[in-house]
Design a protein around this ligand. Structure first.
Ligand SMILES: [Zn+2]
Length: 281
């Protein structure tokens, strides 16, 4: 694919991007790692542990002091490069929590980075200083339970919570639809001027975009409710009806999102299940 892999792209003063070479049906052209700061930098979402990507980040840092390596969450396309980059720069890994993988059964599948070990975890609203400017952690659980966005000079690094090319995958047990919707609402009440997501182009109309995402999910929920009110159905049947033109590589993810909606509707007393069948309550 033709994309600016391993190149440092200056987006605005003090904010630059390096694209990792991990394109897929889930990552678009790949993971976008961001550098913030000028004389001193921090790296947001170092990305997958691909040697050429870590080399490209080290080249982009160009010997400047690295205040922190910050991860939005611990999917394998986001956090595994944190450790090798920390080793090469001497920086600390500061940001999202590691997942408590074994609470409520196994929470994580192969898409999670079980080796992620931060030096310091940031709580919601916690601040740190990078190059004389403030970075704030904004807890946004939903895509994963440990997801953080980072706000910096009016820009929000939105990770996978809000992406610029596709809606976010929310797959239980770690993904949670109610939490995701609450996290969208949290962003809707902020006044960020731009989002820099980990995948896809920057979002230059954040308020409008988040309203659109909320509307999209409410539409999907309504559609699922209509389907299970017609008759009881298993999840693959709901996926086939609700996503008629789905890329077959995304069938499992779509099933996960439908399941996330159903669990949320079940908690709200609107649907119930019998073995693999879901019906209106
Ligand atoms: Zn993710």
């Amino acid at each position: 694919m033709d994309a600016p892999y391993a190149k440092l792209e200056e987006l605005e003063p003090g904010i630059a991007r390096v694209l990792a070479h991990n394109p897929s049906a889930f990552t678009y052209y790949g993971t976008q790692s961001y550098l913030i700061g000028t004389d001193q930098v921090a790296v947001i979402d170092p990305g997958p542990d691909l040697p050429e990507h870590v080399d490209a980040l080290v080249a982009a840092i160009a010997g400047r002091p690295v205040a922190a390596i910050m991860c939005t969450h611990t999917h394998r396309d986001h956090s595994p490069a944190a450790r090798p980059l920390a080793q090469r720069t001497g920086a600390s890994i500061i940001g999202c929590a590691p997942l408590a993988l074994e609470t409520v059964g196994p929470r994580a599948d192969a898409s999670f980075d079980g080796d992620y070990a931060p030096d310091r975890v940031m709580d919601d609203g916690e601040l740190m200083e990078i190059d004389g400017e403030t970075v704030a952690a904004v807890a946004t659980p939903g895509h994963t339970s440990n997801h953080l966005c980072f706000s910096y000079r009016g820009a929000l690094f939105s990770g996978d919570h809000v992406m610029g090319w596709s809606t976010t995958v929310v797959v239980p047990p770690d993904g949670d639809m109610a939490a995701y919707m609450a996290s969208l609402d949290k962003l809707r009440r902020r006044d960020d001027r731009i989002y820099y997501p980990a995948h896809g182009p920057a979002v230059t109309n954040p308020q409008q975009y988040v309203r659109h995402l909320v509307g999209h999910r409410m539409q999907r929920e309504k559609q699922i409710l209509t389907l299970v009110r017609e008759r009881q159905r298993p999840i693959p049947d709901i996926v086939a009806s609700a996503y008629p033109a789905l890329d077959p590589r995304l069938t499992v993810a779509a099933g996960g999102s439908v399941y996330a909606h159903l669990l949320d509707l079940e908690r709200r007393g609107l649907v119930q299940r019998q073995e693999d069948q879901w019906k209106a309550a």
